[in-house]
Write a protein that binds this ligand. Structure first.
Ligand code: PRX
Length: 650
């Protein structure tokens, strides 16, 4: 966030206490549980774990040898049993587990019983393909029910899944497949996005030119003929062919609490994505508890988290958390403005969605599209709203509160990360008064703090680095294949405590106000993009000699990507245009990493020791008065860049 946005946020004084009606019915509505969480965290988590189904219970809740945590030590559990089988005994058996709407308008409802059958069948399909406990399976799929079915089937047989967001390029997919040496790839012929076909299978074919570990590819028929795909004999298999004769029961694998559940790649401050590894029992207990108490899930709720399952929000709050609580989960395949800008509100009205969870960047788009779109629909089924992914500006919070929540729904602004697996800082909707723009307080048992450079706690009112002092059940256990990077990224900056990479401030009431990343990671429309990753893609272009990338503030997306590029004089192929370089990055990594601005420059501002001064690039891109330039080797470079950026805009 830029300075002005932060200042506006910190001047916010409005408070919204929960209504008496909401509190009276809330799953967590008294201070006892919070006190227990903070005073006896092991007991608190054990109580919650006892609500789940185990093959064998744990001997110890937590074993903590910083930075390595083991939760529910000695326990045996299976996530598919807890997300599906556990609900079959009573009335939930015939309740909708997944309510799906395709972008072109199709509907599908899977009851818990249906989900059980599909998950078991696909688990058997994978076994027949030679997949067993510990084998990695990569999923590159649209938002269709087969995606959670495949994830739960992986969990059933103990094969860690690695879901790669469908917006990533073939090359990014290849890198993620090879990093974890996946054996099986699951995809679809295509998906729909704003009426266009997303060519997933074609991207898989392209990736396959360099993925020696993949033995088979399973393809869901989503689009049909129009996808224009080719099936490669001996390698590619249709999902529906394999499912036809599959047996509908597969014995679940009793997983050790600490056995891996999944790998999910996220951007770090180097070019190479990190394979965040989550394990079984602690992750399940964490997402189950947070779904139950933060989203206040009740038997009759229809819960809609709009995130794509390719991101952690989708893993934890489309799939594992809500299904573990036995909720009805709404899943929508497409874009919020297809075919009309009221698509989300139409869906909420149609299915009676009660709890709605989305990102601030989406809310800012809705605001810009106009109040008339939500006003056309009856949104009275809603009772609770949530946000995630980036700080929410108070203006967007208030708009959400009035135009979507009808002034009656509490808003939970939830702070967490791919690494944390579960929400860590959030209002408890029946208990905590909210302040627009603040994620408020840590979840019971979570010890969050704001510290200075030296790791000392900063008193209320001061800003610093957000850290977490103690382990929590759903925390990452390692970076796949690189434990040293795990230790150095998260546990060395302040020895023995978890470093989030975020800046934060605490007010006099102890409320946390998140201030954005303090490392080289941008937050573009709620997605994590590393400046290094974009820089690496740019310098791979043969005409590019040097590139510097920064996040500049953007009204809708939070941050936009600005790239400063120096071209080689000696490149024989001619000088690429800014548009060509943008396309190049899209092709290399994916459209979410496409720079908004590319400025082809003669030089970059550097210190005398040769370090690029990104702070000045940010000033240029945000058209601010220059900060301190005294350490610059050549001040004329900045003046030239400023002028050029202005021209480019015009
Ligand atoms: O900077 C924080 C921001 O998103 C980062 C985590 O990104 P990712 O791993 O992709 O997970 C996103 C969804 C969990 C954090 O380091 N962030 C997430 N939630 C919030 C937030 N910033 C402010 N307020 C939030 N509620």
């Amino acid at each position: 966030m830029d300075k002005e946005a932060i200042l506006a946020l910190l001047e916010e004084t409005r408070e919204f206490p929960p209504s008496a009606e909401f509190t009276a019915q809330a799953n967590l509505n008294g201070p006892e549980m919070v006190r227990r969480g903070n005073e006896d965290p092991d007991g608190f988590w054990a109580d919650i774990a006892n609500e789940l189904q185990w093959f064998h219970k744990w001997n110890r809740v937590l074993e903590w040898n910083p930075p390595d945590a083991k939760w529910f030590v000695g326990g045996k559990i299976n996530l598919s049993v807890n997300c599906v089988d556990r609900h079959l005994a009573g009335a939930r058996r015939n309740k909708a587990a997944i309510i799906w709407e395709g972008e072109p308008g199709e509907e599908r409802v899977l009851t818990y019983w249906d989900l059980h059958r599909e998950v078991n069948k696909f688990a058997n399909v994978m076994k027949a393909l030679g997949i067993g406990k510990g084998d990695r399976v990569t999923l590159y799929m649209p938002m269709i029910p087969e995606l959670p079915i495949a994830m739960l089937a992986c969990a059933r047989i103990g094969a860690p899944h690695s879901v790669v967001f469908g917006g990533f390029s073939a090359e990014a997919l290849r890198e993620r497949i090879n990093d974890c040496a996946a054996k099986l790839l699951i995809t679809a012929d295509g998906g729909y996005r704003r009426g266009n076909i997303v060519p997933l299978k074609k991207a898989c074919d392209e990736a396959m030119t360099g993925c020696p570990t993949i033995e088979k590819m399973v393809v869901v028929r989503r689009v049909g003929e129009a996808a224009g795909i080719t099936m490669h004999a001996g390698r590619d298999l249709w999902w529906h062919d394999l499912m036809k004769d599959a047996d509908d029961y597969c014995e679940p694998e009793p997983m050790d609490s600490e056995d891996p559940l999944y790998i999910l790649y996220t951007s770090g401050s180097t070019g190479k994505p990190k394979g965040i590894l989550h394990t079984s029992a602690g992750y399940l207990v964490g997402v189950y508890a947070t779904t139950k108490y933060i989203f206040d899930i009740k038997e009759q709720d229809v819960f809609w988290c709009t995130a794509d399952i390719g991101w952690v929000t989708g893993h934890s709050y489309v799939v594992y958390g809500p299904l573990a609580t036995g909720a009805s989960v709404l899943m929508y395949e497409g874009a919020p403005d297809a075919p009309g800008r009221d698509r989300f509100w139409e869906i909420i009205e149609k299915y009676g969605v009660t709890v709605f969870y989305t990102a601030p960047t989406a809310i800012r788009s809705f605001m810009r599209w106009g109040d008339e779109h939500p006003a056309k629909h009856d949104l009275s089924s809603l009772r609770l709203l949530g946000t995630v992914g980036e700080p929410i500006n108070p203006e967007a919070w208030i708009w959400y509160h009035h135009h979507i929540g009808g002034g009656r729904c509490p808003i939970v602004d939830t702070w967490w990360q791919t690494e944390t697996g579960m929400i860590l800082i959030t209002p408890l909707p029946g208990l905590v008064a909210t302040k627009p723009g603040s994620a408020t307080l840590p979840f019971p048992s979570i010890e969050a703090d704001v510290v200075d450079e030296t790791g000392k706690s900063v008193p209320p009112g001061g800003g610093g680095y957000l850290i977490i002092r103690k382990p929590w059940p759903a925390m990452l256990r390692t970076i796949y294949g690189d434990h040293n990077r795990y230790v150095s990224t998260y546990w060395m900056r302040f020895p023995g405590v978890y470093f989030t990479g975020d800046g934060a401030k605490r007010d006099k009431d102890g409320y946390f106000w998140l201030l954005g990343r303090v490392d080289d990671v941008m937050n573009v429309a709620g997605h994590r993009v590393s400046t290094m990753e974009v820089e690496s893609a740019l310098v791979e272009h043969p005409a590019v000699a040097e590139a510097a990338v920064i996040g500049r503030s953007d009204e809708i997306k939070g941050q936009a990507i600005a790239a400063f590029v120096i071209l080689r004089d000696d490149y024989p192929g001619g000088r690429p245009s800014a548009d060509e370089l943008k396309r190049y990055v899209t092709q290399k990594i994916g459209a979410i990493c496409r720079p908004d601005d590319v400025l082809i420059a003669a030089d970059l501002p550097k210190t005398r020791s040769g370090k690029i001064m990104r702070r000045l690039l940010r000033d240029i891109a945000e058209k601010r008065v220059m900060g301190d330039t005294t350490t610059l080797a050549d001040p004329a470079v900045v003046a030239a860049l400023k002028e050029k950026y202005g021209e480019n805009e015009g």
